[in-house]
Design a protein around this ligand. Structure first.
Ligand SMILES: [Zn+2]
Ligand SMILES: [Zn+2]
Length: 147
């Protein structure tokens, strides 16, 4: 559908986990990027916020043997968090409320400006010492639902 909009986001990005067992191909760019300070992300990331990109599931292809576990997210929906069972790198989450979307960890890809967060969310859960990205929309909890 996006081919009709003329958006210059047809690039294909290659990424993967730290040990190389999981690789991922992303088509169409990072979509909506966010910095998430929720309590679950702090635990899963080892203390920091998660840097994530919500993309269309159809634009994202994984290879390798992933593992996942279900939690109830702070917004009340089921979140399945996937990771590499060999090195533990968190790869992505699937949201029960948005089955056609995937929430990718941007750390899977080589550092690049395109992955910078466009909004910061769940800042109400951030400890005082978290750095919250300045100059972008900030939400105490979940951002408003998107179409
Ligand atoms: Zn790995
Ligand atoms: Zn989070």
């Amino acid at each position: 559908m996006d081919t009709q909009t003329g958006e210059p986001q047809t690039e294909q990005l290659q990424g993967g986990c730290l040990c190389g067992a999981i690789s991922v191909t992303l088509r169409g760019g990072f979509g909506t990027t966010m910095e998430c300070h929720c309590a679950d992300c702090q635990k899963a990331m080892g203390g920091g916020p998660a840097y994530i990109a919500m993309v269309n599931r159809a634009d994202c292809t994984f290879s390798g043997e992933l593992r996942g576990y279900d939690v109830i997210g702070d917004s009340g929906g089921t979140v399945t968090r996937f990771f590499c069972p060999n090195c533990g790198t968190p790869t992505h989450s699937e949201l029960g409320k948005y089955p056609d979307k995937v929430v990718l960890k941007v750390g899977l890809f080589a550092p690049q400006e395109a992955a910078a967060p466009q909004r910061t969310i769940w800042t109400g859960s951030a400890p005082k010492w978290h750095t919250v990205a300045p100059g972008i929309p900030s939400f105490d909890k979940s951002p408003p639902p998107r179409g």
